[in-house]
Design a protein around this ligand. Structure first.
Ligand code: ADP
Ligand code: AMP
Length: 219
């Protein structure tokens, strides 16, 4: 896509399809996909000090403290590969995180272009997350029913083993949903007031959701 900057935030409940859509956006518009969850999981896998700090929160379905997330993203979007935009997946998740991002962008004379809310009712979420399988090699995600791999249990891209994330187990999913309602949903109003909010129906098929997003981005 030409010179139009695309600084995009994905909003939505855990399991709404933010990551699935963010990957497709990143591919189509050649911008980086920045997932704080993926960054944390990579740090845990590599036993880094950051990984050690965040693991307990993630396992419990709680948010990692704002101060461990905000600087990380603010530094990341300063990198050269972000000059034409980026798609943030899983950040911001609290109002203070959104303000930290907004202040950092303000200082550069920039702002977010779109906050896309992938709307899925709570009733669909448990099924989405209990069927989600992630590749331990490359992090690609599948769904047993809605987006199955070609070969059962193995990643289409790297042949890695597909696993159920610990935090996708039913008990933790309920906790994550309540955390979403309390701490993250206020962002919908926040971006609405800023004139950035766009809502898509996340219950549609993956490709239909993506078509709706592409229409918004290209309008
Ligand atoms: P999030 O990043 O919001 O937590 P994911 O993108 O990982 O969510 O999607 C959660 C699960 O639901 C995954 O297993 C994914 O394959 C599946 N999924 C994503 N979008 C859809 C959709 N539109 N319809 C059905 N299943 C979907
Ligand atoms: P995700 O992969 O986006 O579902 O994130 C998995 C987990 O990582 C969340 O349940 C949180 O514990 C943590 N996490 C990811 N992004 C953030 C964020 N922006 N703020 C706080 N915690 C986060």
């Amino acid at each position: 896509m030409g010179e139009r900057a695309m600084k995009i935030i994905m909003l939505g409940a855990p399991g709404a399809g933010k990551g699935t859509q963010a990957k497709k956006i990143a591919e189509k518009y050649s911008i980086p996909h920045i997932s704080t969850g993926d960054i944390f999981r990579a740090n845990i896998k590599e036993n880094t000090p950051l990984g050690a700090k965040v693991k307990g929160y993630m396992d419990e379905g709680l948010l990692v403290p704002d101060e461990l997330v905000a600087d990380l993203v603010v530094d990341r979007v300063d990198k050269d590969d972000c000059v034409n935009g980026y798609v943030l997946d899983g950040f911001p998740r609290t109002i203070p995180q959104a303000e930290a991002l907004s202040n950092a962008l303000d200082n550069k004379g920039q702002s977010i272009d779109f906050a896309i809310d992938v709307e899925v009712p709570d009733g669909n979420i448990v099924k989405r997350m209990s069927g989600r399988r992630a590749c331990i090699g490359c992090g690609a995600t599948y769904h047993l029913e809605f987006a199955p791999p070609i070969k059962e249990g193995h990643c289409d891209k790297c042949e890695g083993e597909l696993i159920l994330r610990d935090d996708d187990k039913a008990e933790t999913v309920m906790k994550r949903l309540s955390v979403y309602h309390e701490q993250t949903m206020p962002l919908i109003e926040y971006y609405k007031k800023a004139g950035k909010l766009r809502i898509v129906d996340g219950t549609l098929d993956i490709d239909e959701v993506f078509n709706a997003i592409a229409e918004i981005l290209e309008a």
